[in-house]
Write a protein that binds this ligand. Structure first.
Ligand SMILES: Cc1ncc(COP(=O)(O)O)c(C=O)c1O
Length: 429
């Protein structure tokens, strides 16, 4: 314990306590450990914490874009142009426009009739579509386990009964489990099956992408059960090696009849700017029409106008290229560092996250003792206790390669202290 506490030599008391408060929820699992242990740790932290050193705590937890890659300069000229006299009246007035879908269609090489801009980012759209689906009557929303944990936050506003479906060994929805969950659903208790939400490409947290054959099966089941499928594709444009499987929308088009599937996109990740809070959907033109005519279409015209221009003049493509290159580099640095430390990990083909599983339960308060933060697996899989043996690692919050390597070294030292064996797959050992 003394050795562990020595690792605190360069941290400020204030930052440790601030993290304790800020990431309070990350310590929830400590309800399972002795409360006296926590206060002991807390007291010792206060005693050993020293003024801010060079390294501080390495944040491998937050799935936010890297601040140094935020495209502020690239957007400044676009915003200025949009606010120039003659333009500003349009940008700041109520507006309904299709400039953004049109620009995106030509950049992405898809028909513009398949695209609609959303009012807000991806999560806002999930909430809206979930409310649409459950408006008539409460029903079941299927999600993967493990899945993007913010879902828990909005499920309070969307009256859905959530059913979690175990994931396959590749880190994506297990379609066989999904089918049996659908077929065995007790409709009298839970209500009818209405919706499936999945992160189909380079998922958060497990990093897998649903294979083409499984996508086809999902489409068949969606049609048979009249389900709406929300394929969260916010990481689809962030691939670093093997491209993701064919899009749900292209596969749907090739079928004789159309399943209700929405592909959800956002400028938050590939463009590194979640503060813009803007996304788009891709779907069959009939669904796009339903989406556009079913909701108030007055848009955030300034943001959409800025982005439409930035897409059309190539700024978005340039930023995308930069973000992708920087992320691919971070992925390489982290996986090399873990291998050098003796813990090779599974490196996903794209997205934001490493999902590292072991043979031991991992508590987030122990991460702090080793000088790093990470998201515990239980955050993403509340009903699967085995997932407490996994953690999600995000590489975007480190300052440079050395800082990231330091994070890997601390993680490895933590694994050594637990005598943990680390899996190269996405399920616990
Ligand atoms: C899978 C997934 N979907 C959506 C989002 C958020 O998207 P937006 O900022 O567009 O709401 C995130 C952010 O972490 C995410 O990981």
């Amino acid at each position: 314990m003394t050795a562990l506490l020595m690792t605190f030599h360069s941290w400020t008391c204030a930052s440790v306590l601030a993290l304790w408060v800020f990431f309070g929820d990350a310590f929830e699992e400590c309800a399972e450990c002795e409360m006296s242990d926590i206060s002991l740790v807390q007291k010792k932290m206060q005693r050993v914490a020293k003024p801010q050193g060079a390294s501080g705590i390495v944040d491998l937890a937050l799935g936010w874009p890297a601040e140094r890659d935020i495209p502020s300069q690239e957007l400044k000229a676009e915003v200025d142009a949009r606010l120039a006299p003659g333009e500003a009246e349009r940008g700041l007035q109520y507006g309904v426009g299709r400039d953004l879908p049109e620009a995106l269609a030509s950049w992405l090489g898809v028909p513009s009739a398949e695209l609609a801009a959303t009012n807000g980012g991806c999560m806002k759209t999930v909430e809206l579509l979930c409310l649409d689906a459950m408006a008539a009557k409460r029903g079941v929303l299927f999600v993967e386990e493990a899945s993007f944990w913010h879902l828990g936050a909005f499920s309070a506003s969307c009256p859905a009964e959530i059913v979690r479906v175990k994931s396959a060994s590749g880190g994506y929805l297990d379609v066989e489990n999904f089918e049996s969950a659908l077929r065995s659903l007790d409709v009298s208790k839970a209500g009818p099956a209405r919706m499936l939400y999945l992160v189909s490409d380079f998922s958060n947290p497990m990093g897998g992408s649903l294979p083409e054959a499984s996508r086809m099966k999902v489409l068949d089941l969606a049609e048979e059960f009249n389900l709406t499928v929300l394929a969260d594709s916010v990481y689809r444009l962030l691939n670093y090696s093997t491209p993701p499987p064919k899009s749900f929308i292209d596969l749907n088009k090739a079928r004789p009849t159309q399943a209700r599937v929405f592909e959800l996109h956002s400028f938050s990740k590939f463009f590194n700017a979640p503060g813009i809070s803007q996304g788009w959907i891709r779907a069959h033109p009939a669904l796009v029409h339903e989406f556009e005519s079913g909701h108030v279409q007055l848009s955030n015209s300034l943001v959409q106008g800025v982005l439409a221009k930035a897409v059309a003049d190539g700024t978005v493509a340039t930023v995308h290229h930069k973000v992708r290159r920087a992320m691919a580099h971070r992925f390489q640095v982290f996986s090399d560092a873990m291998a050098e430390q003796g813990f090779p990990v599974n490196k996903p083909d794209g997205g934001y996250f490493f999902w590292v599983c072991t043979d031991k339960e991992l508590n987030s308060w122990e991460f702090l003792l080793h000088g790093f933060l990470a998201q515990p697996g239980s955050q993403f899989a509340p009903t699967d206790p085995n997932m407490k043996k996994c953690i999600r690692i995000c590489t975007t919050r480190t300052q440079n390669d050395d800082h990231l390597r330091e994070g890997a070294a601390r993680l490895a030292s933590f694994f050594r202290s637990k005598q943990a064996t680390v899996s190269t797959g996405v399920h616990p050992l």
